[in-house]
Structures are given as C-alpha cells and as structure tokens.
Design a protein around this ligand. Structure first.
Ligand code: ADP
Length: 508
C-alpha cells in the first residue's frame, strides 16, 4: 500500500538500498561465520597436534611397552624443570604430576619427555592424561586441581572435541585416545571469542554506514535515470491541442526510455495529424455548407425586395430547393461517414450479384449520359456473386460511375466491367474523361477534396467532394480496396475490389 503511494524514485532508492543492505548483511554473516569456523578449526588443529604429539611421546618413551601407563612416582619431578630449563621460568607452575603419593611406578622417562614437550610449547593448554580405564593419572599444573571431563566412546587413534565450561570460562576440549592413554587437551576460546566480538562490532558499525551509502547511491542513480522521464513528463504536460508541434526530448541512448520517448513522439505526431485533419475538415464543412446557404439567402432576399410574378417566385423557390437538396445531400453524406467511422453502421450480409447491380446502374445512368452526349458500355459475363450490403454496394459503384459521367466531356465513353478472380469481384469504371493529375491522385479519396474546385463546380452541381470517400469506406467495409489509374486528357480507370466472402459457398 505504502509502496504504491511512494514516488518511483523513492521506491527505486528503497529497493536499491534494501537489496544492497541485504547482500552486504548476508556477506557479513557469511564472513563472520567463515572466520569463526576458521579460528575454531585452527584451534582444534593445534589441540589435536598437541594431543597426538603427547600420544607419540608417551608411546615412544613408555619403557614397558604394552604395560598400562602409570602415574609419576613422586609429586614432584626428581629433576625440577627449572633445573632442566632454567630459561623457562615464566612457565613455572605449568606442569605438575597428579598430587598423589599412593601411586607407584617408575615412569620418569615418560613424564620428563611430557614435561619437556609442554615446556617448549608456548601456549598454556590444559592437559590431562587418563589411563585406558578413564582414570586421570596426570594433569598439567595450570589446572590447579580441576579436572577435565573424560569423554567416552572415543575410538583408539581417534579424536573428539567439545566445548566445556572450566573455571568460569569456555574451553575447547579435544580428547585423543591412544592404546596407552586418553589425552585431553583444552584451551580457552576467549581469544577467539574476542576476535569474533571485535569483528561483529566492526560489521555492526559498518552496516548503518553502508546502508546510508547504498541508499544515497540508489537515490542518485534513480534520479539520474529518471531525469529523462521527468523531462518527458514536463513536455507532455505542456502539450495541448494548440501546440501539438512540441515533442518530448529523446535521450541519445537506445534504451527503453529512448524508445518510450520515440513512441510518445510518434503518438503526438499522429495526434497532430488527426487534429490537422479535423481542423481542415471543419473548415471544409463550413465552406461547403456556407456556399449553398449564401445562395439561398441571396435568392430569398432578392425575391423579397420587390413584388414578383408567380413564375418568378416559382423559379426562386426551385433554385432554393436545389441548394437545400444539396445541403441535405452533404449533411446526409457526412452523417453516414461519421456513423461509419464510429462503427455504428451495420452492413447487411446478403448474397448479391455484382453483375446485376452494375447492370442496373448502367440502365439508370443511361438517360443522364445520353443527355450529356456520352456512351455507356457494359461488359460482364455470367454472375459475379458476393456477400454484402446491396444498397451500399450500389452506392459505392454509383458514386464512381457518377464521377465518370461528370468528368467526361461530350462524345466520350464510360465502360463498366465486372469480373471475378480468386475470391474477389472486380468492378472497373473506365472513362475517356479529363483525367486526374498525378499530384491529386493520392488525395481524391479525402473528404471534400476536389481536383479543381472551379472545374468541378462548373461541370456539376452534384459534387459534394464526399462521393469517393464514401465509396472507399464501403469497399473497405466489404474487405476490399480501391485503385485509380488516370491520365490527364485521356481518361480514368477506377477499380473496385470486393472480397467474395462467405457467399461463395452458396453460389451455384
Ligand atoms: P465529387 O462529389 O466532387 O465528385 P468525389 O469525392 O466523388 O467528389 O471526387 C473527388 C474529386 O476527384 C472530384 O472532385 C474530381 O476532381 C476527381 N475525380 C473523381 N473521379 C474522377 C474521374 N472519373 N475523372 C476525373 N476526375 C475525377
């Protein structure tokens, strides 16, 4: 919940800081653990080394070989270690036999070897030697009468280590069992724990600093990477319908942000084009509606200015009606296109024969063509069926034929041809008219576009500039397309392709 309310920058910072801190903490824990393992392993190794060396010494120096090991005969070594090693003063009190006078035996070579070894060892290990039955027969003097626990179940030649509490401190105890004795060596873990404590203090002290640094790093990183986004946001915020020429700055990189900026700019470009079209369209509509309205107003004003004969009134009214009809046609056509664009128009799905439709159109246009001194020809073989809306299909072809008749001078020919090809029905309207200049060809399907306004107006009062726009919409709604070929002064060929659709199955 909180995450959603935070800014992206804050979230990135948190993530970056969180991930870094987790990684570092994991690393710290791992480090601490490895150091601890290593220190304890080292300690155990040295404990084992001492124990095994003592084991070897005992074995080698034990005179009676296979006889059980005996404790030293006297409470004190016959030859004091000060006497043997006068330089070893600081280690005084370190060694000593078990204070027992009851034990008998003469093991001096064994014990002196043990003493010598211990004296040479710089560390104050606690050492206890027990016989095979587990009875302690010797303890180092630094134990001060305490005893080390005797571990059972240690196989001969094997070692076992445990942590024990001894005189208020923790000790690492290692027991090595030989054929002759059980040698227990222990050493305080205080040093290791001290090192570990210092290490954890350093780690714990470093974590807040590292956290802070990683959060700062995350914040800077997020800020740097989000700067282009902020710039895009500001530009996008200032874009309105009146300044659609603005573009968001595109980063020089080729990353996701640059792609986003490019996509946004393309979108703004499309919006700009649509707005331009809408503005152009509104201007065209106003212009198209204003002309007939001006004519109507002019005629009516003129009629009202002075008394007129009934014939004159009739003439004015029929002229006004003509303009009103024209207005009506424009408005109807616009409405139709608007409905088509908003997807409100539903096309009927009927089986129709294109040949029949074209034939009917040719017949209907015949009188008008004759009146204009034109010749209409029809070329069609058999039936050319397709599934579609008969009324709209008729309207599409009629608009094209109407143009051919309008823009072909007297004496010309308009040829209507229908044929079927793989899954398509093709209707061609070929005229020998004025033709369309190449630069106008791409635009003739735009609403209100006319090649030459004066030429159009002169040649026909019917022209709305919407005929081809409607024809194209109908053809495309039937899964088809429109093609135009034209040569100025020679004529025009408009080709309508209709997809035959489902109707083909039902066709004989
Ligand atoms: P209009 O109602 O003015 O005929 P259209 O949308 O039907 O509008 O046609 C657009 C323009 O294309 C026409 O104004 C005309 O200049 C040109 N045009 C269309 N058909 C032909 C043709 N067969 N011969 C010459 N020009 C044509």
């Amino acid at each position: 919940m909180i995450g959603k309310r935070l800014s992206l920058r804050a979230r990135l910072t948190l993530w970056y800081g969180g991930v870094t801190a987790t990684v570092l903490m994991g690393f710290g824990l791992f480090w601490y653990w490895s150091v601890r393992q290593e220190l304890y392993r080292g300690l155990e190794q040295s404990l084992e080394q001492v124990a095994r060396t003592l084991g070897v010494i005992l074995e080698r120096t034990h005179e009676q070989g296979r006889q059980p090991l005996r404790p030293p005969r006297r409470t004190r070594l016959s030859l004091s270690h000060e006497e043997i090693f006068p330089f070893a003063r600081p280690l005084r009190g370190f060694i000593g036999p078990l204070p027992s006078d009851t034990l008998v035996g003469s093991e001096s070579p064994v014990w002196s070897a043990v003493y010598q070894y211990i004296l040479l060892n710089p560390r104050s290990y606690f050492i206890q030697i027990a016989d095979t039955a587990g009875r302690a027969i010797w303890r180092s003097e630094n134990l001060l009468g305490d005893s080390l626990p005797v571990l059972r179940n240690v196989p001969v030649g094997g070692v076992r280590s445990v942590q024990v509490a001894l005189r208020g401190g923790e000790q690492r105890l290692l027991v090595y069992r030989t054929r002759l004795a059980e040698i227990a060596v222990s050493y305080s873990v205080q040093e290791i724990e001290g090192v570990l404590q210092r290490l954890s203090a350093v780690l714990l002290g470093a974590i807040p600093i590292v956290l802070l640094l990683s959060a700062l790093g995350g914040w800077l990183l997020a800020r740097a990477s989000l700067r282009p986004v902020e710039m895009m946001r500001r530009t996008a915020e200032s874009i309105t319908a009146s300044n659609l020429s603005l573009r968001v700055p595109e980063p020089l990189t080729n990353d996701e942000l640059a792609q986003l900026a490019r996509t946004l700019n393309q979108m703004i470009g499309r919006l700009e084009a649509s707005f331009r079209q809408i503005r152009q369209f509104s201007a065209d509509v106003s212009h198209e509606l204003r002309t007939p309205l001006t004519i109507v107003m002019g005629e009516l004003e003129l009629a009202l200015r002075s008394r007129k004969s009934p014939e004159e009134y009739e003439a004015v009214l029929s002229s006004v009606l003509e303009e009103v009809l024209r207005l009506h046609r424009i408005v109807e056509a616009l409405l139709e296109l608007a409905r088509a664009e908003s997807g409100q128009l539903r096309l009927a799905q009927e089986l129709v024969d294109m040949s029949t439709i074209v034939k009917e159109i040719a017949e209907d246009m015949e009188p008008l063509a004759r009146e204009r001194g034109l010749h209409i020809q029809l070329q069609t073989e058999g039936s050319n069926p397709l599934v579609g809306d008969p009324l709209r299909l008729r309207q599409a072809v009629l608009n094209v034929v109407d143009n051919a008749v309008k823009y072909t001078p007297e004496g010309g020919t308009v040829l209507l041809r229908v044929r079927s090809e793989a899954q398509v029905v093709i209707v061609e309207v070929v005229d020998t008219g004025v033709g369309i200049p190449p630069e106008d060809l791409p635009h003739i399907f735009e609403r209100f576009y006319r090649v030459e306004k004066s030429r159009t107006r002169a040649s026909s009062v019917d022209g709305t500039g919407l005929g081809l726009a409607i024809a194209r919409w109908i053809v495309e709604a039937h899964g088809g397309r429109v093609e135009v070929e034209s040569t100025v002064g020679q004529g025009t060929c408009v080709r309508l392709w209709f997809a035959q659709g489902k109707g083909q199955d039902g066709v004989p």
